[in-house]
Design a protein around this ligand. Structure first.
Ligand code: SAM
Length: 270
């Protein structure tokens, strides 16, 4: 992640738990589901990539497990370490590092590679390479947690329209969803088998059309690329008109549903 991105997250680490919407109860449900799919053996070694403040990670720590997180942000790690000390957690290690470089663990040393809401930020080819290197070949399990929106959610409709407009005005957006799907495809090609996707919980939320437009207006990137300024302006103008036609009012709260899902691949034959 860029220095800018990292310092943004550092500044926001204190508020991250509130914004992210993973309550204690939900984090518990996520971890229970993950643990129920893990190989039944005495001592499991879990690696959590981009653990943040440890909302979920804290529930993965335990007597019969070794838990390590690899997290880029110092502030996130400090918040997680504080949480761990308050809860009296043992057998957990926090490492600061960039998961887009070689993961600082020996080959075949982890039974589980877990990442929640992080893999879309990383190079998928690197994630696959390092996952296959550090996972134990017999029981190794990869777990990816992410937030899925309904296809008709305003955020997704905006994204789809924005990408169509970029193409219409001569730019080529970067494939997005394929990046994450690609990780599981590649792990499957390497001999792992994927398990059925689990929806852990769903929630109602709202989105204001104006927020999507302002968000892209403030960022340099759009659709994963840096479009020429003239193209960006044309896209934003057309997007605003499209949103007015579809939603009538750019400031209104449009209701939508979101879901936290887990996707897994494993070498385990049980
Ligand atoms: C959206 S948060 C998710 C936190 C946590 N996994 C959860 O779901 O609650 C993404 C986390 O990934 C971390 N991160 C982003 N890029 C990273 C990288 N290249 N290496 C390690 N951690 C990274 C961020 O610092 C942040 O804590």
């Amino acid at each position: 992640m860029s220095e800018l991105g990292n310092s943004f997250i550092d500044v926001n680490a204190r508020n991250f738990d509130d914004r992210a919407g993973v309550t204690d109860q939900r984090a518990n449900e996520i971890s229970r589901n993950i643990l129920s799919h893990l190989p039944k053996q005495n001592h499991i070694s879990i690696l959590d990539i981009g653990a943040g403040t440890g909302e979920i990670g804290a529930y993965l720590c335990g007597q019969d497990r070794t838990y390590t997180c690899l997290e880029e942000s110092k502030d996130m790690i400090a918040a997680f370490a504080k949480r761990a000390s308050t809860l009296g957690l043992e057998h957990c290690t926090f490492l600061q590092g960039d998961a887009n470089t070689t993961w600082p663990f020996p080959d075949q040393s982890k039974d589980v590679v877990f990442g929640s809401r992080v893999f879309h930020l990383l190079d998928p080819v690197h994630v696959v390479h390092e996952t296959l290197r550090v996972l134990t070949p017999t029981i190794g399990t990869f777990v990816m947690g992410k937030v899925k929106r309904d296809k008709q959610s305003p955020k997704d409709r905006f994204r789809t329209k924005m990408r169509e407009l970029l193409i219409e005005y001569g730019a080529q957006p970067r494939p997005s969803e394929k990046r994450r799907a690609g990780i599981l495809d590649q792990l499957e090609k390497a001999g792992m088998h994927t398990l059925a996707t689990q929806t852990i919980y769903s929630w109602e939320t709202t989105h204001r059309p104006i927020d999507s437009i302002s968000n892209w207006a403030q960022k340099d990137t759009m659709g994963g690329i840096l479009p020429p300024q003239a193209v960006k302006e044309k896209v934003l103008t057309s997007l605003r008109q499209w949103a007015l036609d579809v939603y009538g009012d750019l400031d209104k709260d449009v209701p939508t549903q979101e879901h936290y899902i887990l996707e897994m691949a494993t070498f385990d034959k049980q």
